[in-house]
Each structure stands twice: as C-alpha cells, then as structure tokens.
Design a protein around this ligand. Structure first.
Ligand SMILES: *Cc1c(COP(=O)(O)O)cnc(C)c1O
Length: 300
C-alpha cells in the first residue's frame, strides 16, 4: 500500500442520481474510504492501522485473526500482512474447506487458513491460546479479533473526523461489530462538533451494537437504524438490489449488497420519509468492502 497516512476524498452526490425523494432538499456527501485500497478495504484499513503499528512496535512477526468465509477483514489482514512483512493466519468459521474468491485471495496474499466448526469458532481467545501454545515462537504471535474489533480500531476510525474539511449535520456508517461507529463517535466527541452520528446495522438483531460500541468507547453517542438489514447478514431482497443497480449506474460509485448497499438505502429511505430537516448536510461513510459483490453474482 498504502501508506497509513492516506486521506480519502469526499464526493458530493447531487440527488443520489435517482429521482430525488419528495421534499428532500438535503445535501449528501460520501467519504470515499472505498478508494483507499482494493482489498485492504475502507474501514478495515482504518481498523488495522494501529493494530499493525502496535504489532510491529512489540516486535511480533505474525498476526492471527478470525472471520467468515466471505470476510473482508480476513482479506484485508492477509494483504496488509504481505505489505508489512507480517505472516498471517486466519481462522475461518465453518469446518469445510471452501474455495471462494475472497479466501483464494487470502491464500494468494500468503495467509494460512484454518477451518473450524461453528461451535469451536465462538471462543476466539481459546482458539488463539491453543494455537500459540503449539507455536514454535509463541512470543511472535499477535491477536486481532474478528472484524478487527478493538480499541486500536476505534483510534483509526476516529481519524476520519479529523480529515473532514466541512461540517456535517449527520454522519452515517454501516455496522457489523460496531467498532467503526464507536471510532467515529470517539472522533466526534474529541472534536466537540454537534454532528449527529447514525449507525445502520447490516444484520438482524443489531441492537447489540449499542453496547458493543460503548464498550470500546464509553459515552459513545449515536442513533441506530435497525430496520435496514433486509433479513440478516448477507441477506438481500430485490428492492435492495434494484436500488443498488440504479444508484451505481447513476453515480458511478460502486456499493455492494452486504454493507454499503444497506447503508445507502437507509439514507435514501430516510430522506424520502422526511426524517431530515431541510438543508441538512449528510455524510455517508463508504466503508469499502466491494468484494461483497463476489458472492452475489447469481442474483444479479
Ligand atoms: C467490516 C465492514 C463493516 C463493519 O464495520 P464494523 O466496524 O465491524 O461495524 C462495514 N462496512 C464494510 C464495507 C465492511 O467491510
């Protein structure tokens, strides 16, 4: 890469490129973290920045982390590891060896993949400890949780706020673990801005994000919009796919069905329902993850 100092640009989008929802005189901008790197994508780059700096400062040589078979985080870690000369090992949820474009790229970047059944996968500290115990050089190995969920992740994501040249009334992000949301809140709290922060969980039952984010950043302040998961993680509906096709073809900004499609749909829907005051300035964080399309070819 990819210096860890890159600042992603902000793109203004006139009206989502779609027929603007009635009464929606709001201004929408997109923070283009999707442009940071094709595979150390968006918020994964933000989340790995301080974890890798911590790893290297502590003299460790290998990172061990965790993810599902389509995990953007596994791929980001594999790629960042290759760039920084850090060996990577990924525990993959599901005990059948699978071959898909994301895991294949992980392998190409040199990540060693270990498949574990869903029950064993749940206790990541235990998996890590038993891996380290049989390792030739246990002191070399660094733990990064699933999705990069960590205090270091919030440091990296908080920097997004410092990169902004304009003030916004609202900032929106997609949520999986809540670390990105927590980091944005941290950045806003430090800045003293009155910007309202919003999270759109992409999985069903996303209310847990409230606590997950506040555990990383005590006092984190945001609103969750729980009704845009479209049936659950990586689930989709024709309405979502149609929105994505219209949005991408009209704006040239690629979004995908797992994270950013749901996020942009949520903002579009809230605009249409009159949620925002006229003249509101809204920033959407494009958190990358465009490999999310690789598993979706059939539905398109
Ligand atoms: C992983 C991911 C997220 C989820 O971020 P969290 O910090 O886990 O909430 C959001 N968007 C994209 C594109 C992702 O890959």
């Amino acid at each position: 890469m990819i210096s860890w100092e890159f600042h992603s640009p902000v793109t203004n989008i006139a009206d989502f490129g779609l027929a603007r929802p009635a009464g929606a005189d709001v201004f929408v901008s997109v923070k283009r973290d999707d442009l940071i790197h094709p595979f150390v994508s968006g918020n994964k780059w933000r989340k790995l920045k301080y974890a890798f700096q911590d790893l290297q400062a502590s003299g460790k040589k290998e990172v061990v982390t965790f993810g599902g078979a389509w995990s953007n985080h596994l791929l980001a870690t594999a790629c960042a590891g290759a760039v920084h000369g850090v060996r990577s090992t990924g525990f993959v949820r599901g005990d059948e060896v699978v071959s898909n474009p994301v895991l294949n790229l992980c392998r190409v970047y040199g990540m060693e993949l270990i498949y574990v059944d869903r029950t064993t996968y749940r206790d990541k500290k235990l998996l890590f400890d038993s891996y380290v115990r049989t390792h030739a050089k246990p002191e070399d190995v660094y733990f990064i949780d699933e999705g990069g969920y960590s205090a270091e992740a919030t440091e990296g994501c908080a920097e997004i706020i410092g990169e902004l040249d304009e003030q916004f009334d609202h900032i929106f992000c997609a949520c999986g673990t809540g670390a990105t949301l927590a980091g944005l809140s941290k950045g806003l709290l430090a800045s003293g801005l009155s910007t309202r922060l919003h999270g759109v969980p992409v999985l069903a039952g996303g209310a847990f994000i409230q606590e997950a984010a506040q555990e990383l950043v005590p006092g984190a302040d945001f609103e969750l919009h729980l009704d845009y998961h479209f049936g659950g993680y990586a689930k989709t509906k024709p309405e979502l796919l149609n929105f994505i096709k219209r949005f991408v073809s009209a704006t040239g900004i690629l979004i995908e069905p797992v994270y950013t499609g749901k996020l942009f749909y949520a903002v579009y829907d809230l605009i249409g329902s009159g949620y925002f005051n006229p003249g509101s300035r809204i920033l959407i964080l494009h958190s990358g993850g465009l490999t999310g399309f690789m598993g979706q070819q059939k539905i398109l």
